[in-house]
Structures are given as structure tokens and as C-alpha cells.
Design a protein around this ligand. Structure first.
Ligand code: HEC
Length: 163
């Protein structure tokens, strides 16, 4: 009995495979017969609800017309960037080296060390943060989600706390 059941399962698996292969062949064939124009249309239609640009203040029509949403929601999410927390990110990414002075890192709180650095200009300090410096200060200070502006905000935070 048990043996028979497993035979049936094996047969079914083979059947499903044959069916899938058939469908695949059909799919390939029909895709070839569709003109490039209609493929473009199909693609445009498919990506439309996701790819639609919606500006703040606009009324955005999504996939479902009954649930029009205004761009306010989008604007709110976008606003998260301006709420970047320089201190928290410093603690996460930079603190390990810049609180201890590891590998010669200028210590936050060491006014003299930072005054000397600042003589190069703020732009240079930000560039060092973005690109790294001398192989000891790692690019982006290991904060790979940080934008250049975020890094600039952290450098400002470090300077503010080293006066
Ligand atoms: C692995 C250790 C390490 C981490 C992590 C690190 N730094 Fe540094 N940083 C250094 C060292 C070492 C130097 C000194 C490099 C030198 O002068 O040769 C330095 C130098 C700097 C300087 C001075 C650059 C200059 O041009 O003089 C700035 C600004 C700076 N780091 C910002 C950051 C920021 C912002 C972060 C976090 C996002 C960070 N660092 C994370 C090790 C680190």
C-alpha cells in the first residue's frame, strides 16, 4: 500500500513537470508572437502603479481609484532624512575610535586636536569623512547608510563637542 502511494506521487511529480514544461514552452512561444510595442505597453501597465510620480500637494491616483491618497504621506516619510540624529549615529559609527583616540583618531572633547584639524577647513574634514584618510580613518567612518550631508552633520557634532 505504502509503495503504491509513493509511486502515485512520483507519477504526479512527473506529470506536474511535464505540465510546467508545456506551459513554459507556450509562454515562450506567445511572448515571441507579441509585438515589441505591446510588450512595452504591458510593461508600462505593470509598473505604472508603482512608478507613478506623486508630488507633495498633488492628489495621487494609485492602482485603486477608490482610495486616492494625497502626497502628504510621501512627504512625511521623506521628511525622515531631515530628522537625522547626528549624536546617535556618532555613537554607533564613530565613537569607538573617536572617543578613545584609537589609531591616532582625534578625540572628541580634545579642543586642541580638533582646532588643528579645522585649520584645513570644514570641507576637507567632510571630504576625509566621506573618502577616509590615510587608511586609518575608514571611508564614511563605517556609516554606509550615511549621506555626505549626514557625515557633515556628524563632523559638526564632533566639533561642537570639542570646544
Ligand atoms: C576605525 C576607526 C575610526 C572610525 C570608526 C571613525 N574614524 Fe574618523 N578618524 C580615524 C582616525 C585614525 C583618524 C585620523 C586619521 C589621520 O589623521 O591620519 C580619523 C580622522 C577623522 C577626521 C579628521 C579628518 C581630517 O581631515 O583631519 C574626521 C572629520 C573624522 N575622522 C570623522 C569621522 C566620522 C564622522 C566617523 C563616523 C561616521 C568616523 N570618523 C569614524 C578613525 C576612525
Amino acid at each position: 500500500m505504502e509503495k503504491e502511494t509513493s509511486v502515485v506521487i512520483i507519477k504526479n511529480v512527473a506529470g506536474v513537470r511535464a505540465l510546467l514544461a508545456g506551459l513554459l514552452a507556450l509562454g515562450v512561444l506567445s511572448a515571441n508572437t507579441i509585438s515589441a510595442q505591446s510588450v512595452d505597453d504591458l510593461i508600462a501597465e505593470r509598473i505604472k502603479p508603482v512608478g507613478e510620480v506623486c508630488l507633495a500637494g498633488d492628489t495621487c491616483t494609485g492602482n485603486n481609484n477608490s482610495s486616492n491618497t494625497t502626497a502628504q504621506t510621501t512627504a512625511d516619510t521623506g521628511g525622515a532624512t531631515s530628522g537625522f540624529d547626528a549624536e546617535a549615529t556618532y555613537m554607533q559609527s564613530c565613537f569607538a575610535c573617536h572617543s578613545t583616540g584609537a589609531a591616532g583618531a582625534p578625540k572628541v572633547g580634545d579642543a586642541e586636536a580638533w582646532a588643528t584639524r579645522l585649520e584645513k577647513g570644514m570641507e576637507v574634514l567632510i571630504a576625509s569623512s566621506v573618502d577616509g584618510l590615510n587608511g586609518v580613518m575608514p571611508p564614511k567612518g563605517l556609516c554606509f547608510t550615511c549621506s555626505d550631508e549626514d557625515l557633515a552633520a556628524i563632523v559638526q557634532y564632533m566639533l561642537d563637542n570639542s570646544q
